[in-house]
Design a protein. Structure first.
Length: 288
């Protein structure tokens, strides 16, 4: 079974060092998502409908809200992956136009050829997370340097997000879809039927799906699952709420269904995610 070796959360988003030998279902993230191999077998991800190889020489680059999946080859050994889920608002503090990382087109390709510098920085961050788990500031500084290097390497960073007309078109969301999104964000556990959600917007099911995907880049079900996962991650990391209560809150019929959902989307169970994310958390140690 896949395992999380280390997880670090912060204003930057989250960074996970994952030891993968299990597939992940098709899913998406509201983050600028970068995957870097640390050790083990070469592998690949399915980004949209294209295969993106992950090797020592290549990085997988996934724009926010882009559906992707991990299909593990059972004949291959495990792969240790440094998975970066970076908040666009944090990137915008470095350069304002990097707020465009919250939408499609930030990365113009799904695979990039690493430099020796990116490879070295990847290995150093992974090693520090394992061997110096309390060095929180050091991890964030290393992550900042790594993301700057990745973006400067793999994007047209001077021009990205520069056009107001283009940005206006890219960020345009149909008001009816906006209403549905508000409902999902407010109470994802209360959305028990996508058809009912469509009806509440005044659209037919087919038109709702078409307009929703045009506005967001993902289907209503994938969007709902993104919100459920991010709320689950936040509650798992930042609170001691029981997983039974969290399961009920997010609309799962049983805790076992919630655990399977969490594992299939993140690679690890919620209990493992909570335990690993708190390694090196001084405030959590003091609270105990």
């Amino acid at each position: 079974m896949s395992d999380a070796l280390r997880i670090r959360n912060g204003e930057f988003g989250r960074v996970a060092l994952l030891d993968m030998d299990r597939s992940l279902v098709r899913h998406a993230h509201p983050h600028c998502h970068v995957l870097l191999k640390v050790d083990g077998a070469d592998t690949s991800f399915l980004v949209g409908d294209r295969v993106a190889p992950l090797t020592d020489e290549t990085a997988v680059l996934i724009n926010a809200w882009t559906p992707h999946a991990y299909v593990h080859d059972p004949l291959r050994p495990r792969t240790i992956i440094l998975a970066l889920y970076i908040e666009p608002i944090w990137l915008a503090e470095m350069r304002s136009n990097w707020a465009a990382s919250g939408g499609g087109g930030f990365f113009g390709r799904i695979v990039g050829e690493n430099t020796l510098r990116i490879r070295r920085m990847t290995m150093e961050l992974a090693a520090s997370m394992v061997h110096a788990p309390t060095a929180v500031d050091e991890h964030e500084n290393m992550l900042e340097d790594l993301m700057i290097t990745v973006i400067e390497r793999f994007t047209d960073w001077r021009n990205v997000g520069a056009g107001l007309r283009s940005a206006a078109r890219t960020n345009g969301i149909d008001w009816r879809v906006g209403k549905a999104i508000s409902t999902i964000r407010k109470d994802p556990g209360g959305v028990d039927s996508i058809d009912r959600l469509a009806a509440e917007t005044g659209m037919s099911r087919a038109n709702f799906f078409r307009v929703f995907e045009k506005s967001t880049g993902v289907s209503p079900r994938v969007f709902l699952n993104v919100v459920r996962l991010e709320q689950a991650v936040s509650a798992t990391v930042d609170s001691d709420v029981s997983f039974g209560a969290l399961s009920d809150r997010l609309g799962f019929s049983t805790q076992a269904h919630f655990t399977r959902f969490f594992r299939d989307h993140s690679g690890v169970t919620p209990s493992s995610f909570r335990a690993i994310s708190r390694i090196g958390d001084v405030s959590d140690i003091l609270r105990i």
